[in-house]
Structure formats: C-alpha cells, structure tokens
Ligand binder design. Structure first.
Ligand code: G3I
Length: 397
C-alpha cells in the first residue's frame, strides 16, 4: 500500500515536471534543468524575473560583471531612468532615443522582454515643460496636447518592443501628504484633473494595440494597512475598477515593492490576497521595483555582524514574501528588482538622513546575498498544486 502510494506520487511528480518543462517559455526560451539562474528557474512557472538597468553601469567597460549578470539572471529589463520624459525629450521637440534604444537592443540580444517605464509621472519631467506651465507660457489646453503627443510619440517609437508599459505612475497620495485623505496628487492631477489617467491609457492603447498597459505605484502590497478608510491599496483598487467600468484599456497593476526592514511590512498571505483581489477585476499584476533597504547604523557601517546579519535576513525575508505571493497568484506576470547590486542602487543617494542601503540581492562586489538565495529557493521549491504557470494577459481594447 505504502509502495503503491510512493509510485503514484512519483508518477504525479514526473508528469508535473514534464508539464512544467514544456510550460510556455518566457521570452523565447524553455526551462533548462542545468541552468540555476533566476530567469531560468522562473521559467518553470512562466514567470519573468526582471531588473531595472542603469545604462551608465551597463556601458562601463571597467564593470563587466554588471552587464553579464543583467543578461544572465533576468528575463525582463526596465530602464531605471532612460525612458523618463526628461531623458527622452530634454529639449522641446528633440528626442534622445539613444540610451533607451540601446537597452531595447540589449534585451533583444539576450532574449529579454522590456517593461517600459514610464509614460506619465510627476517626477523627472523636463524643465521646459514644468517651467512653461509655471510661467503661463504653456496653457492647460496645450499641456493636454503635449501629454498626448508625448505618449503617442514614445509608444509609437517602441511599438512592438515593449511587453508592459507603466502608463501612469504614482498618481495617488500617501497618508502623510497634505491633506492626509488619499487623493490624486502631483503635477498632472493639479493641472489636468484626474481625467488625465483615463486619457493616458487610451492614448497609449491607440499607439500600440499589443503592449500590456499598467498603473504602477508603491505602498500597495496589501490591503488593510493603517486607517481602513484611508487605505492606498483600496484607493488604487477602486480607481482600477472605475477605469474598467468606463471601458479604459488598463491591463494591469504594478506594485513597486520598495520596502524597508525597519517597517512592519506584510506576510505572504496578505500580499497574495491583494494580488488575487486585483486579478478578480480581470487585471494582471506584477512586482515592478522590488528592493528592501535597511538603516546603515554606526554598527552596520563599522561592520558589526550583530547589526548586519539581522538586516540581511530581514531583507531576504521580505524579498521572499513578495516573490512567494507572486508565484502563488497566476496573474502575477513578472517580478522585477530595482537594481540588482548594492554597487548601483538609488537607495543610498536618496535616503541619507539616516543613511540607508543594503537594499538589493547582490552586494557591492557582486556576491549574491541571502536575498538572492531565498529568491532562488522560492523558485526551486515551488510548484503544483499551489504554484501553477502564469495565465497570459490579453491586451484590453
Ligand atoms: O543624470 C544626472 C547627472 O547628470 C548628475 O550628475 C547627477 C547628480 O546628482 O544626477 C543625475 O541624475 C540623477 C538620476 O537619478 C540619474 O542617475 C538624479 O539626480 C536622481 O534624482 C535620479 O534618481 C532616480 C529617481 O527615480 C528620481 O525620481 C533614481 O535613479 C531612480 O532609481 C528612481 O526610480 C523611481 C522610479 O522611477 C519610480 N518609483 C520610485 C523609484 C525610486 O525613487
């Protein structure tokens, strides 16, 4: 009896591995049991593993490891800055496609998909645009035309080469903003009203019928944090539901996943619950900018392992929570880290008082950290019945 059960279990396991091996390949490759890279291990689940790419690092001949790992470990790439408006159109009417095109070519060469980041955001806008609005030389009507032209020009330029576009980024306020009641914040809402969000998705769809169109934001990993009447995840959920009800072509919601080990954060079930709720609207999801930073206390900076180890472990645990939740939800299509090495991370430059860092999965010398190993373990030790291959998302018309 026991033996029969073992044989049955073995047959199921063999059938499962067989099925997983022929699961739809992500970005044109199929699972290779001999390859232990994150991108290959994730193929068993049809999941894309991505990174933000710093073009300066990618092109630095003195730093070849960056390029090697960006190619070998990841199946999707995002330009950390090169597709932002100030990079693409620093002078009005003159586009600088060079660095962004280079990334798209790198992705093609390495069989990677591209997440386009970002079409509409209130940060990293070119000075000609913000100052023109400020001094009144650009009217509201003209601003709307400028936005439509920008989206059309950028999406058309990259047409057919972008898998997922972050169409609108960080449109919603945080509870610490004024007023503290959640609202549409920033340059675009201020000048055009919240209707710009629906417009942006429609303009993007008109320019590329095949790209998946995402809304992207931070602090939306789970429902129920803080005041339930002022829950950012709920606000974004309601917004997405409302856009869908209006027939707006939104295909997905990107949860950035910028976490810090000093905060409470969430468990896997809470995060998976949020992804499932978005999927219930018919939307794909993705983790789009994951990193988990820590405060660099005097002890950390002095190399005190009593202070360093708990931070590295907590960081790894948080990467794992988000990845496991993504694996568990079949509509979670990709898991992207916001830079893969502490050598090139936005965190130390951004959080200096108190200083923060240690946010990525490789250290400054490209040694894989515990976070990398936990991600790898999550990808290896998961499968049916709880983790099943992804369900592809069809672009909404
Ligand atoms: O290019 C200039 C360079 O010429 C100059 O010498 C240098 C001096 O500071 O600045 C360089 O620009 C910096 C740019 O990154 C490129 O490195 C900007 O100062 C710096 O502010 C900018 O930071 C970026 C940040 O967005 C700006 O908002 C980070 O690299 C980038 O990682 C970060 O990414 C955002 C996502 O797009 C959206 N979600 C949050 C995420 C983290 O803030």
């Amino acid at each position: 009896m026991k033996l029969r059960r073992w044989i049955a279990a073995g047959a199921v396991a063999i059938a499962t591995v067989g099925a997983l091996n022929v699961a739809p390949a992500t970005a044109g490759r199929s699972y290779n049991p001999a390859d232990q890279s994150l991108r290959n291990l994730a193929l068993r689940h049809g999941l894309a593993i991505g990174t933000a790419v710093d073009l300066t690092a990618l092109d630095d001949p003195a730093d070849p490891r960056y390029r090697q790992l960006a190619a070998s470990e990841f199946s999707t790439v995002t330009a950390e800055n090169a597709m932002k408006w100030e990079s693409l159109e620093p002078t009005r009417g003159t586009y600088n496609w060079g660095p962004a095109d280079e990334l798209v070519a790198f992705a093609k060469q390495n069989n990677q998909r591209v997440r386009g980041h970002v079409l509409v955001w209130h940060n990293q806008l070119p000075a000609w645009l913000t100052s023109g609005v400020e001094d009144g030389s650009i009217s509201t009507t003209e601003l709307r035309d400028i936005l439509r032209n920008h989206i059309t020009a950028v999406v058309t330029h990259f047409k057919g080469r972008i898998w997922q576009w972050d169409v609108v980024n960080e449109a919603v306020s945080d509870p610490w903003d004024t007023p503290s009641t959640l609202h549409y914040k920033g340059f675009w809402a201020q000048h055009l009203g919240p209707g710009y969000i629906a417009d942006a998705f429609r303009w993007a769809r008109a320019a590329d019928p095949h790209a998946l169109l995402f809304y992207n934001d931070y602090n939306i990993e789970a429902f129920g944090s803080g005041d339930p009447a002022n829950d950012k995840t709920q606000f974004v959920y309601d917004m997405a539901k409302d856009l869908l009800a209006q027939g707006v072509p939104i295909d997905g919601v990107g949860s950035q996943g910028h976490l810090g080990t000093q905060y409470g954060n969430f468990d896997t079930l809470q995060v998976a619950g949020a992804l499932r709720k978005f999927a219930g609207l018919g939307l794909a999801t993705a983790f789009t900018e994951v990193d988990v930073r820590s405060q660099l206390t005097a002890g950390v900076q002095a190399g005190d392992s009593n202070e360093i180890n708990p931070r590295l472990q907590a960081s790894a645990a948080n990467f794992s929570v988000l990845l496991q939740a993504c694996l568990a939800e079949r509509h979670c299509l990709s898991f992207t880290v916001w830079g893969f090495t502490d050598k090139h991370s936005w965190v130390p430059g951004w959080f200096s008082d108190p200083p923060e860092g240690l946010a990525t999965i490789y250290d400054e010398n490209y040694q894989p950290k515990r976070a990398y190993q936990e991600m790898k373990a999550d990808l290896i030790y998961s499968g049916p019945p709880y983790v099943l291959p992804r369900v592809p998302q069809k672009p909404r018309r």
